[in-house]
Design a protein around this ligand. Sequence first.
Ligand code: ADP
Ligand code: MG
Length: 221
Amino acid sequence: MTGETTMQHLPNAGSGGIVTAMAERIVANKAYLSEIDGKIGDGDHGVNMAKGFGMAAERLAGKDASLGQAFAALSEVLMGEIGGSMGPLYGMMFTEFSDAIEGKDAIDPQTFGAMLRAGLEGVQSIGSAKLGDKTMLDAFIPASEAFDATIESGASFADALAAMESAAETGRDSTIDLVAKIGRAARLGERSRGVLDAGATSCALILKTLGEGAASRLTDG
Ligand code: ADP
Ligand code: MG
């Protein structure tokens, strides 16, 4: 690209539909996520997630919420209404996402990157898991890093969103070879190797929907 670079941004107002799309994707994958969780966990991940995301979508229906408002509504439901490890962990992620874009009309790539990092820090502050522990973080950490690295390289917001999505999927797939170090599956030790992690799978779905939804709403100026 030559000459002046145009600064793309994601409008906050009216982008709450991204959360509705997340809910649709999670609900569509309810059985799959529970099946994965059933191999090394207790088989409730899809049920928990579909319940929380489905309730959030109901609350948002017909509201034309901003992205920040939609993240806040999702967080409230996840923290308050769903069981399992993922309620508080994803609840924290979406609270941090909402706070990071609060008061911003135009979400630029720097703000978006900071939002991902804030969500990550929130999850780690309550869950204490690290990269390689076979959790959602194995999708989330590389996704956040890929987004930042792509922006730093001078590429576009859209390219960084695509890099985020694909790093999340590669990270999800990396969990197959990992032994769970934290959470319910850690009790299995070596026997937890050989299957996907349920949380990493849902996290990749969430980030894919976030990336696609953001990319389709990017505006110049
Ligand atoms: P539970 O384990 O209570 O049944 P879920 O089935 O809803 O809860 O979620 C399981 C997922 O939670 C795991 O696949 C893993 O990705 C994630 N997880 C568990 N503990 C942690 C943690 N401390 N930090 C991040 N993610 C975690
Ligand atoms: Mg479970």
